[in-house]
Design a binder for this molecule. Structure first.
Ligand SMILES: NC(=O)c1ccc[n+]([C@@H]2O[C@H](COP(=O)([O-])OP(=O)(O)OC[C@H]3O[C@@H](n4cnc5c(N)ncnc54)[C@H](O)[C@@H]3O)[C@@H](O)[C@H]2O)c1
Length: 282
């Protein structure tokens, strides 16, 4: 009897130990299953993400290239601006471009040099470059026209003297844009006198919406701001309310009567702060 009880006792002990072992194994298995499920979820997410990005890449269409005309492209600004357009600085880094470069026959070699340098740079956004001295060819289907070309100001000439030289040039180029450019073409006139050239262009390209034609006229304003800022040793952003009256010629009148400068004590009139009587006070 005693032996039987002892055996029963050892049997109970063994079975308790086994139960503990089994429950430990089960617990471990639960962790493993959890881990396995977690891994499956992670792999599914990663795979789905790859699949989505791959499908997006194949569905995403490259934008149609925009045709950009630059007149006077062999000149100083043309040489600097053409690569900027080709790099996407003007229209964005996802907008392919086709450049139409126009200049006059005497500048044809320099123009070709600009084209070769653009090709050498292998800009990914630059799909084609057409360098030409033919205004009709240059204006064909262009979406944007940047007008830098014009009669250069020679020594002793005022900007207004260039007007008579530029009128026929702008008439011809406006007519070519009117006839050959895209109907929603946008035009930026830079060549001086920029506002007058823009007006001529508007007159001779009536089908281009008026609001699509603009010109760079901030130069004198910006120049005045930076000269005042330099004189007063302040940042250019601290100078406000400078006005330029008159045309971009000798009739121009920079007006600082309302101009102010931000100081630690608040806004102060520029004329109060300037120490050089001959410069800003009169
Ligand atoms: N609006 C502004 O704020 C502003 C600022 C700077 C310069 N500009 C003007 O921009 C223009 C370009 O400046 P730039 O420094 O490049 O001058 P630039 O003289 O170096 O270049 C002008 C180019 O225009 C070409 N050209 C002349 N007649 C032409 C025609 N009929 N068709 C096509 N091309 C022609 C010339 O051959 C030359 O390559 C100038 O008129 C300048 O006064 C305006």
């Amino acid at each position: 009897m005693c032996i039987y009880v002892r055996r029963l006792d050892s049997f109970e002990k063994k079975s308790t130990r086994n139960c503990l072992l089994i429950s430990l194994v089960f617990e471990k298995m639960e962790y493993l299953v959890l881990l396995q499920n977690g891994l499956v979820v992670l792999l599914t997410i990663a795979f789905s993400w790859k699949l989505i990005t791959y499908m997006w890449g194949s569905v995403k269409m490259e934008k149609e290239p925009m045709k950009v005309l630059v007149t006077g492209a062999a000149g100083q600004i043309g040489y600097a601006i053409a690569p900027m357009i080709a790099r996407g600085i003007m229209l964005g880094t996802d907008q392919p471009v086709i450049l139409h470069l126009l200049d006059i026959a005497p500048a044809a070699e320099a123009l070709n040099g600009v084209k070769m340098e653009l090709l050498d740079a292998a800009f990914p956004l630059l799909k084609e470059v057409h360098a030409t001295t033919d205004v009709t060819e240059a204006c064909k289907d262009v979406n944007i026209a940047i007008m830098l070309g014009g009669f250069p100001r020679k020594e002793g000439m005022e900007r207004k003297d260039m007007m008579s030289k530029n009128v026929p040039i702008y008439k011809e180029q406006a007519s070519a844009l009117e006839e050959h450019a895209a109907s929603d073409c946008k035009v930026l006139v830079v060549a001086n006198p920029a506002n007058t050239n823009a007006l001529i262009l508007k007159e001779f390209a009536p089908s281009i919406p008026e609001k699509n034609i603009t010109c760079l006229t901030r130069l004198d304003h910006n120049r005045a701001l930076s000269q005042i800022a330099e004189r007063l040793k302040v940042n250019v952003t601290d100078v406000k309310n400078v006005i330029i009256w008159g045309n971009h010629s000798s009739t121009q009148y920079p007006d600082v009567n309302h101009a102010t400068v931000s100081t630690p004590n608040g806004e102060r009139p520029v004329k109060e702060l300037d120490t050089d009587d001959h410069c800003l006070r009169h």
